[in-house]
Design a protein around this ligand. Structure first.
Ligand code: NDP
Length: 328
C-alpha cells in the first residue's frame, strides 16, 4: 500500500488544521468501491471545513471535500465495475467519512450515481453539490406545481454557486427569473445566465412584515435568515419557496402569516442524505436542463493546492459561480 495526495484536516489545540499532504492508503475507511478521483469542487461547506470556521468535520484525521467525479478503480459492489465513471456527493463525505480532495476515495457503492451520458467528470463537478442542490430545489418547486405560467421566481445569493446554477436552469425552463445579489457589479453575468431582472439583496434584508406586496410565485433561497423571511412574506398566494442555504444565517425571523393567510409553502432541501432515486433524477435533469455554455461561464478552475485559500474567499462571499478542483 502506498500514499496519495490529499487535503488532510487534523484536530489542533484550538480548532483544526488543514494541509495538502500525503495520506496513507492503509488509513482509508471501509467501503466496497475505490474510486480514482479526477475532479472535485469547492462548496460553501468545504470552505467551512478547510478554514475550520464551523465544526463541519466530525472525525479526525479527515480528508476534506464533499463531492467528486472519477473512475472506479476497484469494486466488490454488484452495480459497479472497474472503469465505470461515477459521481458522489454528500453522505457525510468530508464530515464523517474521508472525502473528495484526494487522489483516492473509498466509499459505499450505494452512494454512487453513474455519470450521466454526455456529461464529462469535469462538467459534473463544475455543477457539484451546489448545482445539484439547485436542481433539487427546482424539482421541489415543480412537485409543488410551479410552472413558468405561475409567475416570476426569485433566486437569492444569485451570483453564488447554488444561485448561478438555479438562475441558469430556471431561465432555460422558461421562468422569469428575478436574481437577488449583493454584487450589482455582477448584473451582466446574471443576465448572461438568463436572469430577467436583478434586484439588490438590500431589498430583502429590511424589517420583515408578516405579509408584504406579492412579488413572486416561487423562490430558491441559499441565504436564510431575514432574506428568507422577506421572501416568504412577498410570495404570491399558493406559491412556494425552496430553502437550501444559510449564507446569511441559520435563523428564520418569520411569522406564520404567509403560510396560513396565503397558503405559501416552505420546502426544505437537503442534499446530503437525499435518497438515491431523487439524486439520479436531479443529475439526469442537470444533463438536459443546464446549458453547457452557461456552465462554462459559471465555472473557474483551481488546483488542489489552491483549495484552502479559496475556501476563505467563498466564506467571504467573494467567489462568483462555481469552482471546479482539478485533482490529477
Ligand atoms: P456561495 O458562497 O457560492 O454562494 C452564497 C451566496 O450567498 C454568495 O455568493 C452571495 O451571493 C450570498 N451571500 C453570502 N453572504 C451573504 C450574506 N451575509 N447575506 C446575504 N447574502 C449573502 O455558496 P454555495 O452556493 O455553495 O452555497 C450557498 C448556501 O447553500 C450555503 O449556505 C450552503 O451551506 C448551502 N448549501 C446547502 C445544501 C443543502 O444540502 N441544503 C447543499 C449546498 C449548499 P450574492 O453576492 O449574489 O448576493
Amino acid at each position: 500500500m502506498g500514499t496519495f495526495k490529499a487535503i488532510r484536516i487534523d484536530k489542533a489545540d484550538k480548532g483544526t488544521t488543514a494541509a495538502l499532504t500525503q495520506f496513507d492508503e492503509a488509513e482509508l475507511m471501509d467501503g466496497d468501491v475505490t474510486v480514482a478521483v479526477e475532479w472535485s469542487t469547492l462548496n460553501y461547506k468545504d470552505g467551512l471545513a478547510v478554514t475550520g470556521k464551523a465544526p463541519v468535520v466530525r472525525r479526525f484525521p479527515m480528508i476534506a471535500g464533499i463531492d467528486f467525479a472519477g473512475t472506479v478503480a476497484q469494486s466488490s459492489h454488484p452495480d459497479w465495475k472497474t472503469g465505470d465513471r461515477v459521481v458522489c456527493n454528500g453522505w457525510g463525505m468530508g464530515e464523517t467519512h474521508l472525502g473528495a480532495y484526494a487522489e483516492k476515495a473509498r466509499v459505499k457503492g450505494d452512494w454512487l450515481v453513474r455519470l450521466p451520458d454526455g456529461m464529462s467528470p469535469r462538467e459534473a463537478m463544475a455543477i457539484g453539490t451546489a448545482g445539484y442542490t439547485a436542481m433539487l430545489s427546482v424539482l421541489a418547486l415543480e412537485k409543488h406545481g410551479l410552472t413558468p405560467n405561475s409567475g416570476p421566481v426569485v433566486v437569492t445569493g444569485a451570483a453564488g454557486g447554488v444561485g448561478s446554477v438555479a438562475t441558469a436552469v430556471l431561465s432555460k425552463l422558461g421562468y422569469h427569473v428575478i436574481a437577488s445579489t449583493g454584487r450589482m457589479s455582477e448584473a451582466d453575468y446574471l443576465k448572461g445566465l438568463g436572469a430577467a431582472e436583478i434586484i439588490d439583496r438590500a431589498e430583502l434584508t429590511g424589517a420583515v412584515k408578516p405579509l408584504a406586496k406579492e412579488r413572486w410565485a416561487g423562490g430558491i433561497d441559499s441565504v436564510g435568515s431575514t432574506t428568507l423571511a422577506n421572501l416568504l412574506s412577498m410570495t404570491k398566494y399558493g406559491g412556494a419557496v425552496a430553502a437550501c442555504g444559510l449564507a446569511a444565517g441559520m435563523d428564520l425571523p418569520s411569522s406564520v402569516a404567509p403560510f396560513i393567510l396565503r397558503g405559501v409553502c416552505l420546502l426544505g432541501i437537503d442534499s446530503v442524505m437525499c435518497p438515491l432515486p431523487q439524486r439520479k433524477l436531479a443529475w439526469s435533469r442537470l444533463a438536459s436542463d443546464l446549458d453547457k455554455k452557461k456552465l462554462v461561464d459559471i465555472t473557474q478552475e483551481i488546483n488542489l493546492d489552491q483549495v484552502i485559500g479559496t475556501g476563505a474567499q467563498i466564506l467571504a462571499g467573494q467567489v462568483r459561480g462555481r469552482i471546479v478542483v482539478k485533482i490529477v
